[in-house]
Ligand binder design. Structure first.
Ligand SMILES: C[S@@+](CC[C@H](N)C(=O)[O-])C[C@H]1O[C@@H](n2cnc3c(N)ncnc32)[C@H](O)[C@@H]1O
Length: 307
């Protein structure tokens, strides 16, 4: 135990160490055992139904937005998950990874934080999903060279935690053979109030990357000098960086095109549906289907309109 830690930090470190040591190999899951591990790993963000009617988030239904995301993934795959390779980056507790795997895809969930990864491993073990792997890695290190190509990349609630969305999206364009589903916050002309939360954002700035200029704000993830242990236990925040970048929607769309996503479709919803993307002026959040290469097209009328 490190001596310069406060009592609270020592307890937190011990808690994290104990969680990291948990192994779910060859466990026979009774209801009692599921509840015990679920509670030891709580609180939960993703609601996942485990055997014996045990729900990770203690309720039977949760997050209509999750359902919408899965409907879009399914639509893009034309309902056929089999023989598809999907990567879910910043997978948190593994709901989207597990759902895609149960639908038949071969799935890699990438998560940066040890506590989240342990929850993912628990879900995989409890649901006995074989075509699902989880790794602990930094999203910035997810490249085609390291993990191969994927038919679909799920980048949900992650981009706005990164301080280099430019390199990350270049990497995504490199590994994505089909589509990337991107759910992220964007910077608005004024700082928004999102429900009860006013994100701590700087003034609008210019970011330069490979000779191009993009607009956005820095978002304060952590105050300077925040201990890494606090960051490790902040399970939905950035890994290490104190600041992340929220681009404006226009700059984000430009960047997506610049890195090679030729077709970017923004998904929109009526207010009554109350999704996270119902009104991007209020939620400062967008959902986009990004496709790398559209089919070749040649006009029968114009000689100059061809791919
Ligand atoms: C807001 S949560 C979103 C989780 C999930 N994708 C969803 O939509 O419900 C952000 C997740 O990204 C992870 N994360 C943040 N920065 C990361 C990074 N650089 N590499 C890997 N994971 C990261 C966090 O640990 C957390 O699990």
């Amino acid at each position: 135990m490190k001596k310069n830690l406060t009592k609270q930090q020592q307890d937190e470190q011990a808690y994290l160490d104990n969680i990291t040591k948990l192994s779910f190999r060859n466990v026979t899951w009774t209801r009692k055992k599921l509840v015990e591990v679920r509670d030891a790993l709580s609180p939960w963000n993703h609601n996942i139904r485990l055997p014996h009617k045990v729900y990770t988030a203690y309720v039977e239904d949760y997050y209509p937005s999750h359902k919408e995301i899965m409907k879009i993934v399914s639509h893009q795959l034309q309902g056929n998950f089999k023989k598809k390779r999907i990567v879910d980056i910043g997978c948190l507790e593994g709901y989207f990874s597990a759902e895609c795997a149960l639908q038949g895809a071969s799935v890699l969930g990438v998560e940066g934080k040890a506590k989240n990864l342990k929850k993912c491993e628990f879900v995989k073990s409890a649901l006995k999903i074989r075509n699902l792997d989880f790794v602990q890695d930094d999203a910035m290190k997810v490249t085609k060279k390291k993990y191969g190509g994927f038919d679909a990349a799920l980048v949900l609630g992650l981009l706005y935690h990164l301080d280099d969305p430019f390199t990350f999206l270049e990497n995504m364009a490199g590994l994505c053979n089909g589509f990337m589903l991107l759910d992220t916050h964007v910077s608005l002309p004024v700082i928004p109030k999102i429900g009860d939360w006013t994100p701590e954002l700087t003034e609008m700035k210019e970011f330069k990357h490979k000779g191009k200029t993009y607009q956005g704000r820095h978002f304060v993830e952590f105050n300077p000098n925040t201990p890494q242990l606090t960051k490790d236990l902040s399970t939905t925040a950035s890994l290490v960086n104190d600041l992340s970048v929220w681009l404006t929607e226009d700059s984000l769309v430009s960047l997506l095109h610049d890195v090679g996503f030729e077709q970017v479709s923004k998904m929109v919803f009526p207010r009554k549906d109350n999704t996270w993307w119902t009104d991007d002026k209020i939620n400062a959040r967008v959902l986009m289907v990004c496709v790398k290469k559209r089919d070749r097209w040649r006009s029968k009328i114009s000689n100059t309109w061809k791919d």
